[in-house]
Design a protein around this ligand. Structure first.
Ligand code: COA
Length: 189
């Protein structure tokens, strides 16, 4: 583990992707992504308006490391060869003192189904455990979100619980699934 008090070296390059902090220049592609009905379907928001995109982007620009007060790291994911922004991965503390975090992900449907989300999210997970030394990372998802559940399982996040009608979202009760990986799971890989 490197020092969790220091920012990780960014950007991070994976075989096909570049993970970098957000900049204010990301508003256009982020809006195009999160304004889509299919992308927002299982997110806890309606499709984003332009104003909401600007608000979220400002938060993401501020949340550029778990070491900072905001306690979050949001990375834009670019396809290195084409330079196109294709998605976003997020990691944030829910309990900083004890190293308990949550993560999330969203990718442009045009780029889905080719392992890019896995490539980016597994890199963020490595950063969580190996750089920040977290103990637990969870993902909370709508049980109907099959793509997200498949990604979580592939990342090694075990399905731990199903919380029936635990959230009221978009005019209906939603049953959430909790997936998580803890440090001992990683040690025994
Ligand atoms: C969740 C999301 C990031 C997954 O992206 P993706 O491009 O499918 O991910 P990957 O290509 O890396 O695939 C990961 C695994 O999931 C599997 N998978 C993808 N969609 C699936 C589906 N609908 N049903 C079952 N498995 C699926 C893939 O086959 C792959 O497994 P494999 O390599 O063993 O074949 C994407 O669907 C998305 O951005 N959705 C909208 C935003 C969202 O809902 N975010 C999550 C909120 S909790």
């Amino acid at each position: 583990m490197t020092s969790p008090d220091q920012s990780p070296a960014l950007p991070i390059r994976t075989p096909r992707l570049t993970l970098r902090p957000h900049t204010s220049a990301d508003a256009a592609w982020m809006h195009a992504l999160f304004a889509r009905e299919d992308v927002a379907r299982y997110l806890p928001y309606e499709p984003w308006t332009r104003a909401f995109t600007e608000q979220k982007l400002a938060e993401h620009v501020a949340k550029n490391g778990l070491e900072h007060e905001a306690g979050g790291l949001t990375l834009a994911v670019e396809h290195t060869e084409t330079g196109e922004a294709i998605g976003q991965v997020l990691l944030w503390y829910t309990d900083r003192e004890h190293g308990i975090a949550e993560m999330g992900w969203a990718f442009d449907p045009a780029w889905q189904g080719r392992g890019y989300a896995f490539e980016a999210a597994s890199t963020l997970l490595d950063l969580a455990f190996d750089h920040y030394g977290v103990h637990r990372v969870a993902a909370h998802l709508d049980v109907r979100n099959a793509a997200s559940a498949a990604l979580a399982v592939k990342l090694g996040l075990r399905r731990e619980a199903e919380l029936r009608d635990s959230e009221w979202l978009k005019g209906e009760w939603v049953t959430m699934a909790i997936h998580a990986v803890i440090a001992p799971d990683r040690a025994s890989r």
